[in-house]
Ligand binder design. Structure first.
Ligand code: 3H9
Length: 688
């Protein structure tokens, strides 16, 4: 029974009960329809509908979206509520999202608890609301607000919902308040479907379309939602619903919705494996070594999660820099209204900065975020090892280095893990948890618990150069540099990847992070690099020219006066020169060819990473590429995208490229095995 009903003194109490989030599947829909008939049979004075477990409803059950829809459909159920002679009141606690919000909108009245949220996140799952919202919401809150809520998918709080007219009142106990509503007053409220639709506003739709084009390029659902809202204004209510339903069903079976659902569930599946349950150390105090940009971001994230934080620095100058860096983040959060002055004071009160490692003695977790140098990091871990208690976890934020080598000199290398944050660390959602050969269950479990506390998406990675994300990134850049040298420009490559859906291409992104980081990395790798592998020297020439990226106002692009990017002919000439020195006849790549090369290079590398057990699953690689590296979310992540192309097709395309360069384009054995077995990457069996 997913809907329970009871009546007392002619008041019906209907409770949605499908833990944990009261997702609306077929059984719940049947129960709700039965509740409408039950209330009518009993000629009840009103029905108060609420959700069990402190949550109204999270929307349609997205697990049902792969199958054909089963009756009764939600629009019919909600029409039955809206048109019933028994008035329904929604008593909303927790969240009312998607179909949950639509249930509430079909009720005669809505009452919300102060902390509750209501919203239409359908577009984040690649669909539009499909149970009447595009017709009901504009009638309730007006066009502007309805367009904003439906196309952004962002939920709003109770007070905001009340002030725009979406809910009638905000009450501590919405069920009790619904019981107390005067029957006569309730009888005077017109059913939502009888409200007049707002007048069409051509300017509003034009601006909304331009806004979506700029902010959500490539995404179908928000634009389709806009189309449906607009068309609905000219249609009778039920015809508008039918149109909405048609578009909802069309999008539900489309590739973007599949991709976004895949990510939604992959994100939720990214949690500590069952065998680590109860193994995590409770962390109350964390130390961060190094207060540079990354260290300060990590410290801010830790402070925001309520921890006591000590930043350790080498000297007074380092302390000053760390203090400035964290101060800047706090100020920026204040300016953006993300925190208020009291919260800023609270964060500052839990922060200590020191050059004395003894200040961190009570920390249960230390994260080193120092310079990317093995000796420096080993020394830091050694010092932490000496002052922190024996069970404390020592983490390194290294992006590339071998954590087994780093942990080796310690008395207890089992306490070491990698916690690879992404810049800016207080904003980016991804956290790679790097498991060394000897990392203990407790250390790994503590990493997962920290990710949960910080609201990050944890992905476990094994040890290799660059782990999951940076190893794929290195191959992506190598492929980009090859395309550049052999017949393109950084801006053409960037444009090709922006067209694919990245917010920025590889060259603009590297200008932001700085070309010197990748250079230091290439220097480190030089002694072990395969001498037969083609090496593209252009990035090294950039270092010689002092073009390090935005920080020097010149990198792959120029940034005159520190402003916007400008194409730099000198950079384009470097490729022509280097190609000439190497005897290469440059070709003209179409943007489709550039994109294909860069994406195939990443897929091939990722397949090797999966095969070697560095990543646990294709889904984990999807999370890394989307939440750490800007792979377009609506393509579902790198491996989901690869599966949508088909592994056989990918292998065939790689084999063609391998004729050009058999080393760089050597087909991953995992891809070949999958192609032979007709398996997708999601089903792949790694060698390990
Ligand atoms: C829609 O409504 C279309 C309609 O307009 C039209 C219909 C005709 N379905 O996130 P959590 C599961 S589209 C199935 O970890 P939290 C989730 O997988 C829908 N399952 O908890 C997880 O399972 P597990 C529009 C769902 O407290 C468990 O619930 N609605 C759904 O951090 C707990 O979730 C949305 O897009 C679902 N819809 O956050 C809302 N939702 O434990 C999506 C959750 O097995 N949901 N689950 O891993 C959310 O935003 C968050 O889950 C919520 C709770 C805020 C509700």
């Amino acid at each position: 029974m997913q809907v329970t009903m009871r009546s007392e003194n002619h008041v019906g109490y209907v409770t949605l009960s499908n833990p944990p989030v009261n997702a609306i599947g077929q059984v719940l829909r049947m129960g709700l329809l039965e509740a409408v008939r039950w209330a009518e049979r009993g000629r009840l004075d009103r029905v108060i509908v609420s959700g069990a477990g402190g949550i109204f409803a999270a929307g349609a059950d997205a697990k049902e979206f792969d199958a054909a829809p089963q009756e009764p459909h939600l629009p019919e159920v909600l029409n039955a509520i809206d048109e019933s002679f028994v008035p329904w009141i929604a008593a909303i606690e927790g969240v009312a999202l998607g179909g949950g919000a639509e249930i509430a909108m079909a009720c005669r009245m809505r009452i919300m608890a102060p902390g509750a949220r209501i919203g239409l996140p359908e577009v984040t799952l690649g669909v539009i609301p499909g149970a009447g919202c595009t017709a009901r919401l504009p009638r309730l809150v007006g066009l502007q607000k309805a367009v904003e809520m439906i196309t952004t998918g962002k939920p709003i709080g109770a007070q905001a919902a009340c002030s725009v007219g979406l809910v009638h009142t905000v009450e501590d106990d919405p069920i009790e308040a619904a019981f107390l509503v005067n029957s006569e007053a309730l009888g005077c409220i017109v059913p939502t479907w009888e409200y007049h639709a707002p007048a069409h506003d051509a300017d509003l739709f034009r601006m909304a379309r331009e806004n979506l084009q700029a902010k959500m390029p490539g995404q179908e659902a928000p634009v389709r939602a806009l189309e449906v809202i607009e068309a609905g204004l000219a249609l009778p209510f039920h015809a508008a619903l039918a149109y909405e339903r048609r578009v909802f069903l069309e999008l539900k079976t489309g590739s973007q919705s599949k991709a976004l659902r895949h990510l939604f569930f992959a994100q939720r599946a990214a949690k500590a494996p069952a065998h680590l349950k109860g193994a995590a150390l409770e962390v109350l105090h964390a130390a961060v070594v190094g207060g540079g940009t990354m260290g300060a971001g990590i410290a801010y994230a830790l402070l925001s999660s309520g921890l006591q934080v000590t930043i350790l620095e080498a000297d007074a100058a380092g302390l000053k820099r760390a203090e400035d860096n964290i101060g800047k983040i706090i100020e920026a959060s204040l300016t953006r209204g993300m925190i208020d002055a009291a919260r800023a004071a609270d964060l500052r009160s839990r922060l200590t900065l020191s050059t004395q490692y003894s200040q961190a003695a009570t920390a249960q977790l230390a994260i080193e975020a120092a310079f990317e140098d093995m000796a420096v990091k080993q020394e830091i871990l050694g010092k932490l090892d000496a002052v922190l208690s024996a069970d404390a976890v020592l983490a390194t934020n290294t992006s590339y280095l071998d954590i087994n080598e780093m942990a080796a000199p310690l008395m207890d290398p089992t306490r070491v893990i990698g916690l690879h944050f992404f810049a800016p660390a207080h904003i980016m959602k991804l956290l790679e948890i790097v498991q060394g050969a000897q990392s203990s269950d407790r250390a790994i479990a503590t990493g997962y618990a920290l990710a949960k506390r910080l609201g990050k998406v944890p992905v476990r990675a094994g040890v290799c150069d660059g782990f999951i994300g940076n190893r794929i990134l290195a191959r992506y850049r190598e492929a980009a540099d090859t395309v550049f040298m052999d017949g393109s420009t950084p801006w053409e490559v960037d444009d090709a990847m922006v067209e694919f859906g990245y917010a920025m291409g590889p060259y603009e992104a590297q200008d932001l992070s700085g070309l010197d980081i990748a250079y230091a990395n290439r220097q480190r790798q030089a002694p072990t690099r395969d001498p037969n592998r083609r090496y593209i020297p252009i990035a090294d020439r950039m270092i010689e020219l002092g073009k390090l990226g935005r920080k020097t106002s010149a990198g792959w692009y120029r940034y005159p006066g520190g402003g916007g990017k400008v194409e730099d002919p000198i950079v384009a000439d470097l490729a022509i020169e280097e190609a000439h020195f190497s005897g290469i006849t440059r070709t003209d790549y179409s943007s489709q060819e550039m994109r294909q090369r860069l994406v195939l290079a990443m897929i091939n590398e990722a397949a090797d990473i999966l095969d070697a057990g560095i990543a646990q699953s294709a889904g984990d690689i999807d999370l890394v590429t989307v939440f750490g590296y800007g792979f377009p979310r609506w393509r579902g992540g790198l491996m989901h995208y690869a599966d949508s192309l088909g592994v056989e097709t990918i292998v065939a395309q790689l084999e063609i490229l391998a004729q050009e360069d058999p080393i760089a384009w050597k087909v991953s054995p995992l891809l070949s095995r999958c192609a032979d077995a007709g398996q997708s990457l999601a089903e792949a069996r790694p060698m390990r």
